[in-house]
Design a protein around this ligand. Structure first.
Ligand code: FAD
Length: 510
């Protein structure tokens, strides 16, 4: 928890709460969040600057999906599940910001994260609790930041407290754009292709360059800027960690094609139309960052260490796994429903395939619970889920997700394609009669079958689904990077001790 007494007086900064029946204020509501996005941020789309993201058809549905999450946390009915009392003033704070100090804190965090992930069926990858979970890890380790100077630790704690009190939505850009991966940041074709310190001023620094890939950045309050890729000596200008408000002058967002624009109706694309979280190239066109918002400055060792020495990467990716579990459960549940309604779920081969799919979901669930059960306090006193189990699960999931989608496709064949183009065909009497007659299952009407399969197609076959495939394969980094994390965190001493014991148990005389 944030223990600094100096921070205790800051709670009044909290905005937009409502009176809570038990006294005190709840966290901010979805409306509060949405209002905050009308801040003049710079988003380029279709050759124009978007006047306002919350009402733009490309982004409004995504904003609503996130706003709903804030509403759920704000709702006093979920107070115990989704919030904890602020260590500063006792008012409810979103549990995503909770720095886990005890064994009980981890399941408490898990239950809150799972509840929120279920709201989007796991399709909001970078929901607000994702980067908040990283900050729970950062805030638990102020002495780590103090290695760069006490003021940086103070900055980190001050911002983490503000973000928790105001329940801010942070997205992050922690990867350099793929210009020339073979060369370090300072040897790119020109300086500041990657976001770095272009100038230092008395009151702060100027950042210039680009970062990828800001999922949710179009609709976040702040962007966390740093780099998780290894830096080389000479890269000091790129070794920073800071936050930038989305409305900062010079900050430009270039989102990819929004999937919310394509769908003919919610019925035709129930996920694309409602849960596109957006991904953006983020450009810092001489963005000024005051010293107060900087946590690491020109320090290569600390930039790398924030993701390994602190619990941040483990807590953030634990959130990601819990979210992923929701999605896997949803996908397997959808397939089971298809098998039941099509009358195939008694078929021995189908039963075996469903069992194989369920195995994958159960393995992911088991890894989350196992990492939690094997948690130990780290040197900062943060209760840290077991790293090697978390990263093993990540390696497993990166490879498993594409195979899982293929298996789902394989089990449904042409049925996934033989669907009326739009929901309107189900409303027009002549075409509706044909669909009810020819596109039915033994246990489902034509409308029920079309509804289910359109949902499944949007989850595994549409452009939205294809982006999710890419997301699951890369959101945590390129596969070799995660395998390397597993290598670093695995208990090699224990396994090699077994080998040594065996080798020592006999010699050439036996
Ligand atoms: C949908 C989506 C959302 C994302 N959201 C975010 C986000 O919110 N915030 C964020 O910071 N990042 C985000 N990312 C970025 C993600 O972190 C990166 O994609 C990831 O770190 C991999 O980096 P890369 O894309 O540059 O891949 P690359 O490094 O280009 O790797 C691509 C492939 O090329 C291989 N490869 C790379 N270099 C070499 C080489 N020299 N020799 C041989 N093979 C090589 C890799 O092994 C890999 O298989 C997102 C990515 C996706 C796809």
């Amino acid at each position: 928890m944030f223990r600094s007494a100096a921070l205790a007086g800051r709670a009044g900064a909290r905005g937009g709460g409502k009176t809570f029946s038990g006294g005190g204020l709840m966290t901010r509501s979805g409306d509060d969040y949405t209002r905050g996005l009308r801040d003049g941020r710079t988003v380029f789309f279709q050759g124009q600057r978007v006047p306002e993201v919350t009402s733009h058809p490309a982004f409004a549905a995504g904003v609503r999906a996130v706003a709903r999450l804030f509403d759920l946390v704000h709702d006093s009915a979920h107070r115990d599940l989704l919030t904890y009392p602020s260590p500063r003033d006792g008012r409810p704070v979103n549990k995503a910001w909770l720095v886990p100090r005890t064994r009980e804190d981890l399941p408490a965090r898990r239950r809150a994260i799972k509840f929120l992930a279920d709201q989007s069926y796991g399709f909001l990858g970078r929901s607000p609790d994702h980067v908040a979970s990283f900050f729970a890890g950062f805030a638990g380790a102020p002495s780590f930041y103090a290695r760069g100077g006490q003021r940086f630790a103070d900055n980190l704690l001050r911002f983490a407290a503000k973000a928790a009190d105001e329940d801010l939505y942070l997205s992050y850009v922690i990867v350099h754009p793929t210009v020339d991966r073979a060369k370090p940041a300072h040897q790119q074709a020109e300086p500041y292709l990657y976001a770095g310190v272009a100038a230092e001023r008395e009151s702060g620094i100027v950042i210039r360059g680009a970062q990828m890939l800001g999922t949710g950045s179009v609709m976040s309050d702040y962007i966390f800027v740093t780099v998780i890729l290894p830096l080389k000596p000479g890269d000091e200008d790129y070794a920073i960690s800071c936050v930038v408000p989305n409305s900062a002058p010079g900050l430009k967002l270039y989102p990819r094609r929004p999937y919310a624009l394509g769908p003919t109706s919610v019925f035709d694309y129930p996920l694309s139309s409602r849960y596109d979280e957006t991904d953006s190239l983020v450009i810092f066109d001489d963005v000024f960052v005051p010293w107060e918002d900087i946590f690491i400055y020109r320090n290569i060792e600390l930039t790398a260490g924030q993701f390994s020495a602190t619990a941040a990467h483990v807590l953030g990716n634990t959130q990601a796994h819990i979210r992923s579990l929701s999605k896997l459960q949803f996908l397997v549940g959808l397939l089971k429903r298809c098998m039941d309604l099509s009358g195939r779920s008694q078929n021995a081969e189908v039963v075996a395939q469903l069992g194989a799919l369920a195995t994958r979901v159960s393995l992911v669930e088991g890894m989350i619970l196992g990492a939690e059960a094997a948690a130990e306090p780290d040197p900062f006193g943060v209760m840290r889920p077991k790293d090697s189990l978390l990263y093993a699960s990540q390696v497993y999931q990166q490879a498993m997700y594409p195979r899982l989608l293929n298996q789902l496709r394989g089990m449904l064949g042409g049925s996934l394609i033989q669907l009326p183009a739009t929901a309107a065909e189900l409303r027009m009497p002549e075409s509706a009669a044909d669909i009810e007659r020819y596109v039915r299952w033994p246990r489902a009407t034509g409308t029920e079958r079309v509804k289910l399969l359109k949902l499944l197609w949007d989850a595994i076959g549409s452009e939205f689904a294809s982006r999710h495939l890419q997301y699951e394969m890369f959101y945590a980094g390129e596969p070799a990077a995660i395998q390397t994390r597993e290598f670093r965190n695995f208990d090699w001493a224990a396994v090699e001790a077994l080998v040594d014991r065996c080798l020592a148990s006999y010699d050439v005389t036996e």
